[in-house]
Design a protein around this ligand. Structure first.
Ligand SMILES: *Cc1c(COP(=O)(O)O)cnc(C)c1O
Length: 380
């Protein structure tokens, strides 16, 4: 048997199936149906309701933050979070090219320009070296913030992403950025339950954003959450995402252009039930990761494990191949056998709408783009 054949047989064994094995499927084995029925019985299925409030409190607890705000999806959450830290038309936002499209889109929705900097090979997230180098070369610290010497644009935020739930060096990124007076928003969409040095991802930056899309570690159909340890920012997030309406028993008065980015109570009900099981899901996934780690040990395929001082949620597990040819054959053979695998994203500057963006040399991102493949990672 070839390594690929052995791997396919092993994964079919793990998931006790010879049929299609998806990358990540949701798991509903708690109070999901009960809470959904509650919302229907109460008629509160839409944008206000008790589950929205409960969900926000649960997220505050899980992320150890002062304020959590339920939103319609993660992308909308990032869009608003960037606006909240002051990102405006024509500004630049430092981020990674190795990410899901939502990260770059959320910047563009604010009419700002993504600046793509390289990642670290080990974290697969924004590199502290790349950020430091870029700022030392182009940063111009003025009274009202940091500007790009070359373009004259304000560098209004930094948006690192915790790839597949492996924490980026967020503590160091926050330190560097604060020296340059650049606010940090964490794209923590993939990293619910992950920690760096005992602290939850999403709680390091001025704001953090999570996603509850169907393929994430827990899902509510579609949804997101903005979290912050600055109460005023969190409250402003709630205000802006709920149409910026001044509280009044019956008058409509909105003093800003807000958004209808609310999470319906129906979805929040599902989210509450899912969050109740978060710890058990995370434990279950760690067991799967351990099995993969043992299996791949000694093969020419490297299973990616969490780094020291971090706890990964192992949302999407991944392996690193020796080169692109090995990667392509692995993708072809696994998918042909019904074992779903997927390459990491194509780098953002290779897509038509972001091809002209400012970027540095992307040696690590290109290295990972050629080699990283996700393998089935569902809770079993
Ligand atoms: C899933 C995801 C998002 C947001 O996703 P939504 O589907 O809008 O909830 C943002 N960034 C990254 C990196 C993601 O993986």
């Amino acid at each position: 048997m070839t390594t690929n054949q052995k791997t396919i047989a092993y994964i079919q064994d793990l998931f006790e199936s010879k049929k299609f094995i998806p990358l990540h499927e949701p798991c509903f084995r708690g109070n999901e149906k009960k809470y959904l029925n509650d919302t229907i019985d109460s008629t509160f299925v839409s944008s206000i309701g008790a589950y929205v409030d409960t969900f926000e409190l649960m997220m505050q607890n899980i992320t150890n933050t002062k304020k959590a705000v339920a939103v319609v999806n993660g992308t909308a959450g990032i869009q608003v979070a960037l606006r909240l830290v002051g990102v405006k038309t024509g500004n630049e936002v430092l981020t990674q090219a190795l990410t899901f499209i939502a990260t770059a889109n959320a910047i563009a929705y604010n009419n700002a320009h993504p600046v793509f900097l390289d990642v670290d090979r080990d974290t697969m997230g924004l590199s502290t070296v790349a950020v430091r180098n870029f700022l030392e070369e182009y940063g111009d610290l003025r009274q009202d913030g940091c500007y790009n010497k070359k373009t004259g644009n304000k560098i209004a935020a930094c948006l690192p992403m915790h790839t597949f739930g492996f924490p980026v060096r967020i503590d160091e990124l926050v330190e560097i950025c604060s020296a340059w007076n650049i606010p940090v928003v964490e794209d923590a969409a993939e990293s619910l339950g992950s920690e760096l040095k005992g602290k939850p991802t999403g709680s390091f930056g001025q704001l953090g954003v999570f996603s509850f899309n169907g393929n994430k570690v827990v899902t509510c159909g579609g949804g997101g959450a903005i979290v912050s340890n600055t109460l005023a920012l969190g409250e402003k997030a709630k205000y802006l995402t709920t149409t910026a309406k001044q509280p009044h028993p019956y008058e409509y008065y909105h003093d800003e252009m807000g958004y209808n980015f609310r999470m319906p109570n129906l979805n929040a009900a599902l989210a509450c039930a899912q969050l109740e099981n978060l710890d058990s899901f995370l434990e279950n996934k760690r067991i799967l990761a351990k099995s993969y780690q043992t299996f791949f040990d000694g093969e020419n395929i490297k299973f990616r494990t969490e780094l020291p001082e971090t706890k990964a949620n192992y949302w999407l597990m991944c392996v690193e191949m020796e080169n692109r040819e090995q990667r392509d054959l692995f993708l072809k053979e696994t998918n042909a056998s019904g074992v779903m695998t997927r390459p990491i994203w194509q780098l953002m500057y290779k897509l038509p709408m972001y091809k002209d963006c400012i970027r540095d040399e992307q040696l690590n991102a290109e290295f990972l783009e050629d080699r990283i493949v996700n393998i089935p990672s569902s809770v079993r």
